[in-house]
Design a protein around this ligand. Structure first.
Ligand SMILES: *Cc1c(COP(=O)(O)O)cnc(C)c1O
Length: 465
């Protein structure tokens, strides 16, 4: 399987190279040349199988020419072995046809652990085979950084630099990134918002000189392997609810479009999904573009679901690439500079509407949903999940369609919003308490690519002269 850039200006790469590269050198995102199509039997035969078996079946076609099936399965087993629930991603029923898919049983209590733990094992394997080192530079709105710090701590071949917006992540999120032991971890508190962090990482990526000197890798959801590792839970949940014979829809709390893109890819691989619902907070650019076709970024407004406080949604580029009929020139022309926004053509917008719908929840609606769910079911949900549930409830579907809302974080990660919503303080799982040691380690930096590049050059062990 070869991977091509959404902007058409990069040489196609194999799975290992695309995984190490993260972003394509032309600023585009790697996508598989074609999506592997699996038969209905292949899906049906995975019913009742462990999560790891489903994940191996979904990742396999993307990695198979370069990573042996047994090795891939071993890496997935090791990655998911860090989860504290034997189902890995259990489904919880909250209404006659309404379900929550709990994706937060990993070490940092957010869905990003699923893909990050898997990616860390794969990257380690690839680097070990090649006898090489790498420098990971990643931007985070909170949870990616925590997941990356946990997954990559102590790895000999890899140094990790995490850029987070100073003062704009929750206390728990910050402490998860800054208190983990690991000489190879470097947490940078950037004087800016998440879009600044993401822009700087992209700038460093396309700086060929810098990129080569530090052997730069990316683990943001722009990394294809992360998207591929997330396909598994859509399939796992859909099969448990009776797919491919029963219709299933998903509501996904969305920021960078990485999570929901995996659901889209599942449909391209042959899993019938009735509808994918994009749920945003007050930073509702993805809701607006879905309804109107107009993508004009505003300024990021802080919300009670901070992991979705995003205006420039990187992975949306992969969907536009497909909606445009894989017209790389048109993608490059529209997305090279997104400051002034772009528009979808009428045809793209119509194509998008056949699978996607959208909605948004402001902080008050999010709090009210946390309260209502607690009252109705006794379940305490986190504010990101609540955004997904609020929009799910507004989505019109036939009664026989199962509607699954992805629960992307454990409520203990966002206790203040939870208390506001339902008056209950969520219990802190022991593994979170254990992770939050006293001493925080971070470096404050301005939102300036050149200065951040210098910090990385000074510290990364992968730097070549
Ligand atoms: C990252 C994150 C999201 C958004 O996921 P995207 O892939 O960026 O759309 C939602 N909820 C939580 C808790 C997250 O950490």
């Amino acid at each position: 399987m070869q991977y091509v850039s959404t902007r058409g200006g990069a040489r196609p790469l194999g799975f290992s190279d695309a995984t190490l590269a993260g972003l394509a050198p032309d600023g585009g995102l790697f996508v598989p040349e074609t999506y592997p199509l699996l038969s209905a039997d292949t899906f049906s035969n995975l019913r009742g199988k462990p999560f790891e078996a489903v994940a191996a079946a979904m990742l396999g076609p993307y990695a198979e020419s370069e990573i042996a099936p047994d090795d891939l399965r071993a890496d997935i087993d090791a990655a998911m072995g860090t989860f504290s629930h034997t189902a890995r991603t259990p489904l919880v029923q909250i209404g006659p046809r309404d379900f929550i898919l709990e994706l937060f049983h990993g070490p940092t209590l957010a869905f990003k652990d699923v893909a990050m733990q898997t990616l860390a094992k794969l990257m380690d394997r690839i680097l070990l085979e090649r006898g090489r080192r790498a420098t990971i530079v990643t931007a985070t709105s909170g949870d990616t950084g925590a997941a990356a710090a946990n997954a990559f701590a102590g790895r000999e071949a890899i140094d990790v630099f995490i850029l987070y917006p100073d003062g704009r992540v929750s206390d728990v999120q910050r402490r998860q990134m800054t208190t983990i032991d690991g000489d190879n971890l470097h947490t940078l508190a950037v004087d800016g918002d998440f879009d600044d962090c993401q822009r700087i990482v992209k700038q460093l990526f396309v700086d060929r000189d810098f990129n080569e000197r530090v052997a730069m890798s990316g683990v943001n959801s722009i990394n294809w392997a992360r998207v591929a590792a997330q396909i598994s839970y859509y399939v796992f949940a859909a099969l448990a609810l009776g797919a491919p014979d029963r219709r299933v829809a998903f509501s996904v709390p969305t920021g960078n479009f990485g999570d929901i893109l995996a659901g889209y890819v599942a449909t391209k691989m042959g899993l019938p999904i009735e509808r994918l619902v994009i749920a945003t907070n007050r930073n509702d650019i993805l809701d607006r573009v879905t309804r109107t076709g107009d993508y004009t970024p505003g300024t990021v407004a802080p919300s009670t679901s901070p992991s979705m406080d995003i205006q420039v949604s990187s992975n949306f580029e992969r969907l536009i690439f497909d909606l445009s009929g894989r017209d790389a020139a048109s993608v490059a022309q529209r997305l090279t500079d997104t400051k002034n926004g772009f528009v979808l053509t009428a045809e793209e917008k119509a194509k998008m509407a056949t699978l996607f719908s959208s909605g948004s929840a402001n902080d008050e609606e999010t709090a009210a949903t946390i309260g209502a769910v607690y009252k109705d079911t006794g379940l305490i949900v986190d504010p990101h999940t609540a955004v997904g549930l609020k929009v799910a409830r507004e989505t019109v579907l036939d009664d026989d369609v199962a509607l699954v809302t992805l629960s992307t974080a454990h409520p203990a990660k966002f206790p203040d919003a939870v208390v506001t919503g339902c008056g209950m303080r969520p219990a802190v799982p022991q593994r979170l308490a254990d992770a939050l040691r006293d001493t925080e380690k971070m470096t404050r930096v301005p939102a300036d690519a050149a200065q951040i590049a210098q910090v990385i050059l000074d510290r990364s062990r992968a730097v070549t002269a």
